[in-house]
Design a protein around this ligand. Structure first.
Ligand SMILES: NC(=O)c1ccc[n+]([C@@H]2O[C@H](COP(=O)([O-])OP(=O)(O)OC[C@H]3O[C@@H](n4cnc5c(N)ncnc54)[C@H](OP(=O)(O)O)[C@@H]3O)[C@@H](O)[C@H]2O)c1
Length: 321
């Protein structure tokens, strides 16, 4: 069964459950997981230039459309402009290149991936070098991409309130969506409220607390940040037992009931099914109170980008301690 949708930028609809694809660099595995996800009703896919898998997403979508199982209009595809292209004169060429990889004429949502720009690198081993970043000039180019039909809506990711405010002040086309880390341990109530009050749909990334993130840090030879497991949390497990649902389903449902769209990643068929099977129960007020109490704030941030050490001292560093 497909997930319900919510209104986006007043004109469009975004399914409230999407498939995350970060750390899906094994093509066959991703292809299988995309096929399984589409079979079990996912109609929203989240990718990014940085994930290096847009071509796989594109290949699978093309097969589904050309064999008549889906139309383009039934799908919602998000991708993101990487930090290495966070300059006004690079926006259009990157989006065109990304559309080519995705084999699409347009995406549904194009996001600024992170508020700090960095110098494009010729090889992946070159050090990452942050550069001054002009969000307003980049946003103007984003608006042109809507005008030219390359994306239906535009948005931001990992921006804080001050940074969103700056965009809202000058925007001819408002950000339709804000994608930020969000889960029971990092609820970001002020940021979520600010976005929702301004008609911006919040998409919560790492909604399960990204239990597979250690693999990413291992690849970079960095000691992973120690964060508690949401899926092993006693409160989450107890509430799961009450409804006959898994801890992952409780963690996702909590975000949905806060009006947050979720994009859990999985390459495991049983989990894919679980993560979209969220619409036959409602958490009651007592459960919501208990889950709200699990918020520990910034220290629970899993995906804090501080592994790029030069980002932390950049004036546009978005996270507070
Ligand atoms: N904008 C940004 O800067 C940003 C940053 C991070 C993430 N994102 C997006 O958000 C998506 C989701 O975040 P994420 O990948 O960091 O983390 P996540 O969705 O919170 O967690 C994914 C991990 O949980 C496991 N998992 C999935 N469903 C499960 C279930 N029902 N029970 C137990 N384990 C389960 C997955 O394992 P298997 O795959 O092995 O099943 C995977 O290791 C990303 O894939 C990406 O699209 C965006």
């Amino acid at each position: 069964m497909a997930a319900p949708t919510v209104s986006l930028a007043e004109k469009f609809q975004i399914p409230v459950v999407g498939l995350g694809t970060w750390q899906c660099d094994n093509e066959e595995e991703l292809e299988n997981s995309l096929n399984a996800a589409l079979e079990c009703g996912y109609r929203h896919i989240d990718t990014a230039f940085l994930y290096r898998n847009e071509h796989v997403v594109g290949r699978v979508i093309k097969q589904w459309i050309s064999n008549g199982k889906l139309t383009r209009e039934q799908l919602f595809v998000t991708t993101k402009l990487p930090s290495e292209a966070l300059q006004p004169d690079l926006v259009e060429s990157y989006l065109k290149k990304q559309l080519e990889s995705l084999q699409l004429a347009y995406v549904d949502l194009y996001l600024i991936h992170f508020p700090i720009g960095m110098k494009p690198r010729k090889t992946p081993t070159e050090p990452l070098e942050p550069i001054p970043t002009d969000h307003v000039a980049v946003w103007k180019k984003f608006e042109e991409q809507v005008d030219q039909g390359r994306t239906r809506t535009i948005g931001i990711s990992n921006f804080n309130i001050k940074q969103i405010e700056r965009i809202l002040k000058i925007a001819r086309i408002k950000p339709a969506s804000l994608q930020v880390e969000n889960h029971v341990f990092l609820q970001q109530n002020d940021l979520v409220k600010y976005a929702q009050d301004n008609g911006i749909v919040v998409v919560g990334y790492s909604p399960l607390g990204s239990p597979g993130i250690a693999k990413f840090f291992q690849k970079l030879n960095i000691e992973p940040k120690k964060v508690p497991s949401i899926l092993d949390n006693e409160t989450v497990k107890r509430i799961g037992q009450k409804y006959g649902k898994s801890p992952a389903q409780i963690a996702l449902k909590f975000l949905l009931q806060r009006g947050i769209v979720v994009i859990p990643k999985s390459v495991t068929e049983t989990r894919l099914k679980q993560n979209i099977d969220l619409f036959d129960f409602l958490l009651d007020e007592n459960d919501l109170v208990d889950l709200r109490a699990l918020d520990v704030g910034e220290e629970a941030r899993v995906c804090d980008f501080s592994f790029i050490s030069s980002f932390k001292t950049h004036p546009e560093w978005p996270f507070t301690e």
